[in-house]
Design a binder for this molecule. Sequence first.
Ligand SMILES: *Cc1c(COP(=O)(O)O)cnc(C)c1O
Length: 437
Amino acid sequence: MPAAVREELNEKLPRIGQSPEAAYEDFSRLVLPYGNGNSHPRFWGWVQGSGLALGVIADMLASAMNPHMAGFNQAPRAVEEQVMSWLVELMGFPEAASGLLTSGASMANLTALATARHAKADWDIRRLGVRGGSRAMVAYCSTETHSCMERAMELMGLGSEALRLIPVDADFRMDVAALGRAVELDIKDGLLPFCVVANCGTVNTGAIDDLPAISAVARKHNLWFHVDGAFGALAMLSPKLRSRVEGLAEADSVAFDLHKWMYLPFEVGCVLVRDAVGQRATFTVSPAYLGNEQRGVIAGGLPFADRGMELTRGFKALKVWMCMKAYGVSAFAAAIEENVAQAEFLRELVGKHEELEMLAPVSLNVVCFRFARGTRPLDEVNREIIVRLQETGTAVVSSTSIGGKLAIRCAIVNHRTKRADLERFVEAVVATGKSLG
Ligand SMILES: *Cc1c(COP(=O)(O)O)cnc(C)c1O
C-alpha cells in the first residue's frame, strides 16, 4: 500500500455525507487493491483461508436479511440448527451434541474451555468464581499449542501458569507419558486437573497428537478432553484422510474453523460440545427483558445465546449452508485432499534442491523448510527471502521457529493453488537465496 494512499485514507470525521457513490469510489481506489492477498493462489502464509465466491453472495444476503442470531422464532435460526447438525455428523459426534458457530477458533476454544471448567468444578463456579473451590484448577496442552489457549486461561481467571505445557516428541506430538506424569504430580500437590487440550493440526507444523492415547489419560483422571482442530479437524471430511485424525470423535469438545480449511470468507468458526446440557449450564441466563414465550417472535427462546458469550450474532450460518448445499461435502473433501497432496508435492520439490532442507515432517498441509547455503546467518537469509517474496508479489508464506531455526512455513488452505504455483515458488526461494550470497 503506497504511502500516498495511506495518507489519503486519513480523513477528518465526515460530519457531512459525501454520497454512497463517493464512498464506493474511495473503496475501489483506496481499499480494494491493497488486501494482504489471501485470495491469491500463491498465498500460504499463517493459516488464512482463500474465500469462496459464493460465500461473498451469501454474506450479502445474510446482511440484507439482517436477522438477530441469538435465536428467535425465524427461518435463519432453523438454518443454523441445520448447519450445526451437519457439522456434528461430519465430526462423528453423537446427534445429541450441541455447538455454536463462533467468530473463529480462538472464540470456539474459549467457549469449550469455559464449558470444561464449569463441568469439572465441584462447586458453583458461576457464582463463586475460581476462588470458590478448595483446589486450584489446572489444564494441559503441548508446547506446540496455539496461543489462544493461553489467552483463554488468562481470561477465565485461571492464569497461564495453570496451563501446563507438556513437551513434544521429534514429530511435534505431545509426549503422552509426560502428560500422565504431570497430571499425577498435580493431583498429589492438591490441585484439580480439569482439562487436556489435544492438537489436531498444530499451527507450527500441522502435527496431530495421539488423540486416542490422550483420550485414555483424560478418562483415567476424569479430565475434559478438548481438541483444537482449527484446520486439522476438517480432515474428517475426507474418507482418505479421516484415519489421520482418529480419536477426534471421542472428544468432549472440538474447536475448528470454517474460514480456514473450508475456504469460507471470514469469519466463521465452530465449537461442538458432546454434553449439550453442560454447555447450556455454563452460559444460560434469563433476565426479564429476554423472557421466553410460547408464541410470537421469541418463541423457542435464544438457544445460541445460551451456548456462548455472544447475544447479538450475525447470520454466518447462511454461507456455510449455501456453500455446503451448492458444492456438497465431496467437493470440500477433494479440495482438502488436493491441498494435502500439494504439501507432499512441495516436500518433494524441496528434496530435489540441495540448497534447501526440510525442518519438520509433513503431517497434513503444513511444510516447514529453509534455504541452507551461503556464509550469512541462515535465519537472516530466510527472513529476507520471505519478505522479498511478499514484497515482489511472488508468494506469501510466513515464518516460524523450529528447534531454534527460522523456517519458511507454508500452510496450504487454498482452493486456488495449482502445483505450478508451488514450482514457481520454490524456484523463487532458491533464486532469492542464492542472490543473497
Ligand atoms: C488459527 C488457529 C487458531 C485460532 O483461530 P482463529 O480463527 O484465528 O481465532 C487456533 N488454533 C489453531 C491450531 C489455529 O491454526
